[in-house]
Design a protein around this ligand. Sequence first.
Ligand SMILES: Cc1ncc(COP(=O)(O)O)c(C=O)c1O
Length: 406
Amino acid sequence: MTAVHHDLTTPAVAEAERFTAHNYHPLPVVVAEAEGAWVTDVDGRRYLDCLAGYSALNFGHRHPAIVAAAREQLDRVTLTSRAFLHDQFGPFCRDLAALCRTDLTLPMNTGAEAVETAIKVARKWGYLIKGVPDGAATIVVAANNFHGRTTTIISFSTDPEARADFGPYTPGFRVVPYGDAVALAEAVDDTTVAVLLEPIQGEAGVLVPPPGYLPAVRELCSRRDVLFLADEIQSGLGRTGDTFACEHEGVEPDLYLLGKALGGGVVPVSAVVGRRDVLGVLRPGEHGSTFGGNPLACAVGRAVVGLLATGEYQRRARDLGMVLHRRLAGLVARGLTAVRGRGLWAGIDIDPALMTGRQACERLAERGVLAKDTHGSTLRLAPPLVVTADELHHAVDVLGEVLGRG
Ligand SMILES: Cc1ncc(COP(=O)(O)O)c(C=O)c1O
C-alpha cells in the first residue's frame, strides 16, 4: 500500500496569498507547532528554526517557564488598562529596571512603539531639561538603521523600500554613517537631544561597529549633553552573549529600548528603560497605550527577566556563538564572502555568483533549516539560545551542502 500524502501546505499558502496584503514574502512553510529550537509544519515536516522570530524567540518556542507564567496569568487577570494598577506591574517594572541597572521602566507593546516613546521622551527632555528652543530638537541616527515601521521611524530610514511613497516625512533627524564617530560628532549641535543607534545593526546584516565606536558615542553624548538611546530590541536580552550588546564595549546608554524577546515569544512586550531624570519628564496624559504593561505581558516579561537573571542564556549565546562562528568561518571562500556577528547571531554574505539570499533560504528550508535573507545576498542566523551545539553543527552542515551545490 502506498501512503496517502496530504499536501496541506499548498492550499494554506494560497489562502494566505489571497486574503492578506502582500507586505511580506514568506517562505512557503506553514508552521503548525513548535517547541524549543524546532518547528513542525502542517504536513509534519520538522525544521530547525535559525531565525527565532528575529530574536523574539531567544528562549525558544514555548519555553516551559514562560508558558507556565502565561498560563498562570491567564487564569487570574489578563487586562486592566493603565487606568488601574495590577499586581504584576510594579514587580515587572522593578525587575526589568534592575536587569538594566537603572531606575524606571516604561512598558509598551511593539518595538516600534518603544522607539517612538524614546523619541518623544528625548524631545521633551531636550525642551524641558536641556533648554532646546521649542520645536527645534534634532536626533542623530545612523545610515542603514532599522528601528521599525511607523511613519516617524521610516522618515529617517535610508532604505528606499522602507521609506518611498510613505511621505510626508517627520522632520528633526540627521543621518550619519554607522560606525563613524567623527561624522557623528560633526552632526551634533546645540539642538541635538539624542543619538539613536542599534549597538549592532540587525536588519542591515548584523553589522558590528568598529571597536571603540560605542564608547566614543557615549563620551560624545555625555560631553554634549545629549541622550544616548540604544535600540537593543534585536541585539539585547542575551543574543550577543551578554544581556546587552552595549556591555561588550562597557557602555551604558541613557535609555535602553527593548522588545522582541521581552515578550518571551508569547505576547508583544516592549519597554523603554532608563534613569529617573530622563523618563521622569513624562506627566500623566502625555503618553500611553491601552495594552502596554498589561498583566499577561508583565507576567511573561517577569519570567523573561527571571531567565536572564540566571546568566545561563548569555553564557549559552557566548559559548555556542563561538561554535557557530568557527564553523561559519570555514565556509568563507566556500560559498560565503563574509561572516559577521557576535554571540549566537551572524550575518553571512552568500557569494552572489552562486545564488540569491532568497534562493539560499528556500534551499535551506527544503532541507529543514529556517533562515531569512536581507538585502539581496545576506542571511541572518539567529537560532534560539536553547539550541544545542549538535543542532548548530547540523545547520552549518546543511548550509555547506546548499552552498556546495551552487
Ligand atoms: C533594532 C530594531 N528596532 C526596532 C524594531 C521594531 O520592532 P517591532 O517590529 O516589534 O515594531 C526592530 C524589528 O525588527 C528592530 O530590529
